[in-house]
Design a binder for this molecule. Sequence first.
Ligand SMILES: [Zn+2]
Length: 244
Amino acid sequence: MLPWATGLLAMVLACMAPLRAQGPFVAWPGAGFPLAEMRHVPEREIYPNGRPRRAGILDATVVFDRRTPWTQGRALRQLRKTAAILEPCGVAFGRVVLARVEFSQGFKGFDAADVEPASGAPADVVRLVSLLPQGTARPVAFLIGAVRGTDSLAVSYGPPETARSKPAYADTAWISYRSHWLPRRDPHYSPVAHEFAHLLCRCGHTGGPSRHLLHRARNFLGSSVLPEDCGRIRESSLVREAQE
Ligand SMILES: [Zn+2]
């Protein structure tokens, strides 16, 4: 082979190597989206130095709409940031499914203010959650085009306090791609971690003089978690004990 051709081939192979390491997507069994592929994210992709020991385990699902600027790389970056944020609380990711889907034609996001009285969530949220396969691990982060009808760039839905049983949309987070791009004072902050923290600690925002994960002021959002929030996150029913 000509030297330049060999060089070109080496470059092409070097570009393909990370893709191979990330593993192929396969059809997502049981998913009702027009297109749905998934793969299991191996521990080393989230924790290159190994998963923290003696941590409670959080299984999770991340679904991104491939017709938006969300990509596998951006989804993984959010997962790694979230893992680093939750680690000091003694929580580590366990089985993580990353799914690449196409929502129905024309779907660009949903109106968070358009809540159906019967279900307690926007109709689009109820509809999209119904397309998940049975047994999908919670929490689920949907990385979508946009969230309208709110000042927030991301929202999450826990179980309503009065509900006897959990509705299907419970423990889902909806993250617009703008929240990924927004310049942050703390580059380690993650909107996925913020929404997962709401779902895990079953708590809202607080204030305070220092930056933290669940601060009510956008300028004060940061990657550190208040000790009381950490405690509740660790005690969450979504977190299971590791079987060592
Ligand atoms: Zn929030």
